[in-house]
Write a protein that binds this ligand. Structure first.
Ligand code: ADE
Length: 234
């Protein structure tokens, strides 16, 4: 047990999918895994371990934002020996060709600041996805009826951003979408010699103001979970 995860040693798989929302963790585990067990409910941040195609998998909520994700990813990597962490979540589209419902596979995650900044001091570390996961997810996504974009994303600290000029610079530099966790996930995976990737559904769009109705979120989320599982065990 760690401070924030109540699982016993051996309860957590080497491969962990991390949605922000703990109820998404529950839904994904019950929908895609067999022999599912609840392994964590500390602070309501639900985690489940089960089997997918003969492989042991944990699906653990990360909470919203990099400080929250950092707690769970640190404990999974340092104390439970996780080797592959895949964020499955939503993001806001930033480019005109990126539409609501599309999937973004994040090659890099730009950030204004992450919980890891204090150790890098003046260095701008470049958080990037694990190549084997990135290429496997890109390949797996071809089997789904969904438009997929591979490229850079922006990990923001604010959902309700006040700095329009920042978003403008992101758009100008080709950033596909904005979310709030991947940069810290990629940085921690690098530090612990683990693999990380973020597979994201576009739930809203910063330029068009469109957003995915809640009744359509489940299907998009399901595609993302399957892409992540196929990539993890490719
Ligand atoms: N996650 C989903 N949509 C988002 C947005 N517009 N900004 C930040 N994170 C998000």
């Amino acid at each position: 047990m760690t401070i924030h995860i109540g699982a016993k040693p051996g309860d957590i798989a080497e491969t962990v999918l991390m949605p922000g929302d703990p109820y998404r963790a529950k839904w994904a585990a019950e929908t895609f895994l067999t022999d599912v067990r609840l392994v964590n409910e500390v602070r309501g941040m639900l985690g489940y371990t089960g089997t997918w195609n003969g492989h042991k998998v944990t699906i653990q909520g990360s909470g919203m934002g990099m400080p929250s994700l950092s707690i769970y990813a640190n404990e999974l990597l340092r104390d439970y020996g996780a080797k592959t962490l895949i964020r499955i979540g939503s993001c806001g589209g930033m480019q005109p060709e990126v539409k609501v419902r599309d999937v973004i596979i994040a090659m890099t995650a730009t950030t204004l600041g992450s919980p890891s900044d204090s150790i890098f001091r003046e260095v701008n570390f470049a958080p990037c996805a694990d190549w084997s996961l990135l290429s496997a997810a890109t390949e797996a996504a071809k089997g789904f009826d969904v438009d997929v974009h591979v490229g850079g994303i922006y990990s923001s600290d604010t959902f309700y951003a006040e700095r329009a000029d920042l978003d403008e610079q992101m758009v100008r530099h080709g950033i596909l979408g904005v979310e709030m966790e991947a940069a810290e996930l990629y940085t921690l995976a690098a530090r612990h010699k683990a693999r990380a990737l973020a597979v994201l559904t576009v739930s809203d769009h910063l330029q068009t103001g469109e957003s995915l109705p809640s009744d359509q979120r489940e299907r998009s989320f399901g595609d993302m979970v399957e892409i992540a599982l196929q990539a993890a065990f490719a």
